[in-house]
Unconditional design. Sequence first.
Lengths: 78, 236
Amino acid sequence: MSDIEERVKKIVVEHLGVEEAKIQSDSKFIDDLGADSLDTVELVMAFEEEFGCEIPDDAAEKIVTLKDAVTYLSANSN
Amino acid sequence: MFKDKNLLVTGGTGSIGSSICNYFNNNGCKDIYSTTTNLNKVRDDQAYIKFKEINLNNIENINLDELFDIDIDFLVLNAGLNKDNIFLRMSSEDWNSVINVNLNSSFHLLKYCVKKMVKKKFGRIVFISSVVAYTGNPGQANYTASKAAISGLVKSLALELSSRNITVNSIAPGFISSNMTDKLNDDQKNAILGRIPMKKLGNSDDIAKAVGFLCSENANYITGQTLHVNGGLALI
Ligand SMILES: NC(=O)c1ccc[n+]([C@@H]2O[C@H](COP(=O)([O-])OP(=O)(O)OC[C@H]3O[C@@H](n4cnc5c(N)ncnc54)[C@H](OP(=O)(O)O)[C@@H]3O)[C@@H](O)[C@H]2O)c1
């Protein structure tokens, strides 16, 4: 598991209170992990903080799984 | 009452805005931030308020993160203006500036503040609307439209944010003695008094206390509502 993936997973675990083992890279935050739509906004804010980058709204809307987050952050974080 | 909490209230130089600042300051609020279009309008007795100069008419172009790097518990959207005329004589500039300052500016301030409130799972948002949003008023098509829009905004936001312990309410003042009502002549004032069952104008402290109530623990379970503070002028 990449470093980025590990950090993203940690945020998801902490924020959504789900067990790490339940998170697959393609599990959807809302449909599979019990997040509501505001949780997804909070997750994106937490990613921004952790990775020191700003995720614009149109990109944020497309981050619906762990994999989406890792792909975006690998390409865009410093 | 407001220990360790911060307030951002727009239009703190105005009649109602200054009373709101005072009330929160007297009740132990930590930091009080406000806005004005011109820092020269800030009075000497308002030194405790941290004012920023913003024209809400072009708030879109302002980076709020740079202006207010603060933690906000209470957001009171109070700044407002009216540019009255009968509808057929109303210019599109006067329509646009009233909608812009009274309504559109709230979109940007809310975006900025709600994000912070969601993060910390606490917030109290209070809009200052007006009784005429509910009754209509000849000569105020733009103003009443801008204020009536708030009532839908309050309800939708209240529903979206309830799960994060953020309440969203509005206050609809009746006629409050203020810079706005000082512009009326005696005939106009008497005509208004004749319609108010309490036979007096409200004062800006009446509004400040209502804002204080909605931000206090006494109102923890109240959201999506409009509180009418109008001496009986209109019972809605
Ligand atoms: N007074 C009443 O009877 C009454 C009744 C119902 C509702 N209300 C509502 O109560 C609120 C406060 O009214 P008030 O009676 O206290 O009026 P006010 O004394 O005229 O104060 C208006 C405030 O709004 C600010 N403001 C106006 N245009 C602005 C702009 N373009 N950008 C930024 N700030 C702007 C002013 O800031 P600066 O002058 O410092 O720039 C001032 O602080 C308003 O929303 C009004 O619609 C009042």
